[in-house]
Design a protein around this ligand. Sequence first.
Ligand code: KG4
Ligand code: ZN
Length: 353
Amino acid sequence: MGYIDRANAKLDAVRDKDDVVILAIESSCDETAVAVTKGRELLSNVIASQIDIHKRFGGVVPEIASRNHTLAINGAVKEALAKADITLQDVDCIAVTYGAGLLGALLVGVSYAKALAFASDKPLLAVNHIKGHIAANYLAKPDLTPPYICLIASGGHTTIAYVKTLTDIEIKGATHDDACGEAFDKVARVLGLPYPGGPQIEKLAKEGKPSVDLPTPYKDKNTYDFSYSGIKTAVINYAHKCSQKGEELNRADLACSFQEKVTDIMVTNTIRCAVDMGVDTVVIAGGVGANSVLRAKMKQRAEENNLKVFYPPLILCTDNGAMIASQAYNMIKSGAKASDIDLDANANLKVFE
Ligand code: KG4
Ligand code: ZN
């Protein structure tokens, strides 16, 4: 029996186990993240962040990210196993993010995971990063069950997903240009704030009022889609006009206005989609899901519409290995097959792939 047949036989043997042990690797952007889970229990969640390295460039530099993943990945795996108090022998399955993300960054995790799986003769599962973000919620709330509507708002995605089962997910709305987190990061740069911009804007906005009028994209259209380029341009134009007139820019008001506008749109679309689809729960995922204004608004509007709302703790919102392990668990339960040693990374992986 060759490697892949042994891997699938091993995967089949643990499908009904509730305490299956998964080692998961995530390297799609600027976090080298490794986690160990046992069933839905999180045993360790190591996140080696490169934020300080990329800060000086104002954003993630892909090649620098790949190199730093290469430096960090072995140590992160060792640390995750040690913190979980297990050895590689105890692991039933190795999971890895294979897309979407930065190609070179993804390849570090994929190549490492393939080598580890092959050398230890363990099954390998290829996990979709966005499905991972959604799955982070099952770790924090094991009784969460589909169907529900999930808003995924991150640096690379702004998507409304109709989660029908643990693995069957339909996209109902998406951005036509920038992702929401990307817009936060770009607006932060205009305001002279460091990368990543989201938390910085949130902090500055606390001191401001939503006094600047910004456009609402697709205002009269019956869509769940998003667009951030018009809002971003309006912010840039407002800042330029202030400087042309020699007026001092009220950065806090502009940050607050931007945050109010984008969170309003995300909440409106998500709640409308949930009502239209007849589900009773809305869920938030992704890095922008850490935003407290977004969380508070979603909670309020969900309650007004008799919807339950759930969002994961902050550490499970931004990129992490735990969410990849959680989706791998869903895949095992849903009968997924192991990946072979020719697994490739896919930078533009879609949610339905
Ligand atoms: O999910 P994530 O860690 O990585 C991607 O898959 O993209 O999301 C990172 C994004 C960044 O754009 C960052 O600015 C944004 O999430 N973010 C926030 C907050 N914390 C992180 N945006 C708004 N408010 C926050 N508190
Ligand atoms: Zn992400």
